[in-house]
Design a protein around this ligand. Structure first.
Ligand SMILES: C[S@@+](CC[C@H](N)C(=O)[O-])C[C@H]1O[C@@H](n2cnc3c(N)ncnc32)[C@H](O)[C@@H]1O
Length: 388
C-alpha cells in the first residue's frame, strides 16, 4: 500500500465522479444543507449506476483499488472449501454468497469442492451491484463453465430458509456506518454539508445527534472513552444478521472481515475511529474526496456481530483470526502439495500475505454462526470467542 500523494483520476473517471457528486449535492440541498455521514457513504458506494460498487469501474486486483484475500491466492478459497466440506452433506447442500466481488472466490471454491467430490446442489449469489453481477458471471463462465448451471443470482434473500452455508468475505466492512464524537456533554454526529473547495464541495459538519439509538449507544461507552473520541457504529448490522438468520434453517454463516472485539474496537487509543478509503492501492482516511472512485470501509465490531447473532437465535460457534483459520483448514498441506510446481515460490509468498500478522493474518477475523449444527468446526481449532 502506497503512502505517496493520490494519483489524479483519469478524465472519464473524474467526469463520473462529478455526476455522482451532483446527485449527492442535490440530496444535501433537499435535506436542508447537510446529511448524516451514513447517508453520504450509502450514496457514494451504492447510488444506482453511480456509486463506487454500482458503477462499472475496476475495483479489485492489481489494477484496481484494493486486493481481497481470494484475489491474492486460490489457496484462500481452497481452505474455505475444506471448511465447507465438513458441512455440505446430502441434506445440507446450498451455498449462498453475499457480495461476491469479482466472482473469484465462488469460482475457486466450486473448483475445489468439485475436486473434493462435494459440490453444492446450488450456489446462490446475492450481489447488490448489477455491474459486479455481470463480472461474476464472466469469471464463472471462464473458470468453471461446467458448473455455471448450479449458480444463480438472487435479487432478494431467498423466500424459503435453506440448509447449507452462507458466506460473506469483506461485505460487512462495506456497509454504511454512522460516525460520532463523544463530547463533554452529549454526542455529536458527523454530517456532510457543502463548502467551497475546488476539489470537493463536501465538508464535515459536527451536529448534536438527533438519533436516539446513536446517542444512547455512545453514552454507554462514556465510562471507557475519552472526551473527543471519534469512531463509527454500524446500525444496519443487527437487521442484516437477523435477515440472514431467518433464511438459515440449518448450517453455518461464515463471516470474514477485518475488525476486532468491542474492547479493541473502542480502544481509547483508536480515537479517530476506523474509517479507511482505498484508491488505486493507496489507503487514506478522507472519504469526502474522489467520490465514487474510492472504496470507503469501516472495521467490523465482532462483539456486535456476536450479540446480533445471539439475539437472532444463531449460535456463535467459532471466532479466530484469518491465519489460524487457514492453518487449521489445511493451508500447510495444500501448500506442500504444490512444492514441485513451477510457481511454488509465488504461491508460498501469497500464502504468507494471507497469514503473516503484519499482513492479513491477524487483522482479519473469521466468525462462524450456526443453527442446528453439532460439529466441532475444522477452522476454529484456536477458538478466541472468549475475547469477544
Ligand atoms: C469489499 S467487496 C468484497 C468482494 C468479495 N467478497 C471479495 O472478497 O473479493 C464488498 C462486496 O459486498 C457487496 N455488498 C455490500 N453490501 C452488500 C449487501 N448488503 N448485500 C450483498 N452484497 C453487498 C459489494 O457490492 C461488493 O461486491
Amino acid at each position: 500500500m502506497h503512502t505517496s500523494p493520490l494519483p489524479p483520476p483519469h478524465p472519464d473517471a473524474a467526469a463520473h465522479s462529478q455526476r455522482l457528486t451532483r446527485a449527492i449535492v442535490q440530496t444535501i440541498n433537499e435535506a436542508g444543507g447537510a446529511i448524516p455521514f451514513v447517508k453520504f457513504m450509502e450514496q457514494a458506494l451504492y447510488a444506482p449506476g453511480l456509486g463506487y460498487y454500482s458503477a462499472g469501474i475496476r475495483k479489485f486486483g492489481a489494477d484496481g483499488d484494493f486486493i481481497t484475500a481470494p484475489e491474492i491466492s486460490p489457496l484462500f478459497s481452497q481452505c474455505l472449501a475444506r471448511q465447507c466440506q465438513q458441512i455440505l452433506t446430502d441434506d445440507n447442500r446450498i451455498i449462498l454468497e453475499f457480495g461476491a466481488g469479482s466472482g473469484i472466490m465462488a469460482a475457486e471454491l466450486l473448483k475445489e469442492l468439485e475436486r473434493l467430490d462435494c459440490l453444492p446442489s446450488q450456489y446462490l449469489i446475492l450481489e447488490i451491484s448489477a455491474d459486479l453481477q455481470q463480472r461474476q458471471r464472466e469469471t464463472l463462465q471462464a473458470q468453471v463453465p461446467q458448473l455455471l448451471e448450479r449458480v444463480q443470482w438472487l435479487e432478494h434473500l431467498p423466500s424459503e430458509p435453506l440448509d447449507g452455508i452462507i458466506l460473506a468475505n469483506e461485505v460487512l466492512d462495506a456497509m454504511p456506518v454512522q460516525r460520532f464524537r463523544l463530547d463533554e456533554q452529549g454526542v455529536s454526529e458527523f454530517y456532510v454539508g457543502l463548502g467551497d473547495s475546488k476539489e470537493t464541495p463536501f465538508v464535515w459538519q459536527l451536529l448534536p445527534t438527533r438519533d436516539e439509538a446513536l446517542r444512547s449507544a455512545v453514552e454507554s461507552l462514556r465510562p471507557i472513552l475519552p472526551v473527543g473520541y471519534v469512531s463509527e457504529i454500524n446500525f444496519a448490522l443487527p437487521a442484516w444478521i437477523q435477515s440472514v438468520a431467518e433464511i438459515l434453517a440449518s448450517g453455518m454463516v461464515l463471516l470474514i472481515d477485518y475488525g476486532f472485539p468491542s474492547r479493541e474496537y473502542f480502544h481509547p487509543q483508536r480515537d479517530q475511529g476506523t474509517l479507511m478509503c482505498h484508491y488505486r492501492h493507496h489507503a487514506h482516511s478522507e472519504p469526502l474526496i474522489l467520490v465514487g472512485l474510492q472504496d470507503i470501509t469501516a472495521h467490523v465490531n465482532f462483539t456486535a456481530v456476536a450479540e446480533a447473532a445471539h439475539a437472532a437465535g444463531l449460535h456463535v460457534s467459532g471466532y479466530t483470526d484469518q491465519a489460524h483459520f487457514l492453518l487449521a483448514s489445511g493451508l500447510p498441506e495444500l501448500l506442500s502439495a504444490l512444492e514441485s510446481s513451477q510457481n511454488y515460490l509465488q504461491q508460498a509468498q501469497q500464502a504468507k500475505t494471507l497469514i503473516l500478522p503484519s499482513e492479513m493474518g491477524e487483522l482479519f477475523k473469521v466468525m462462524a454462526l450456526t443453527r442446528n449444527l453439532e460439529l466441532s468446526l475444522l477452522g476454529f481449532a484456536k477458538d478466541e470467542r472468549a475475547r469477544l
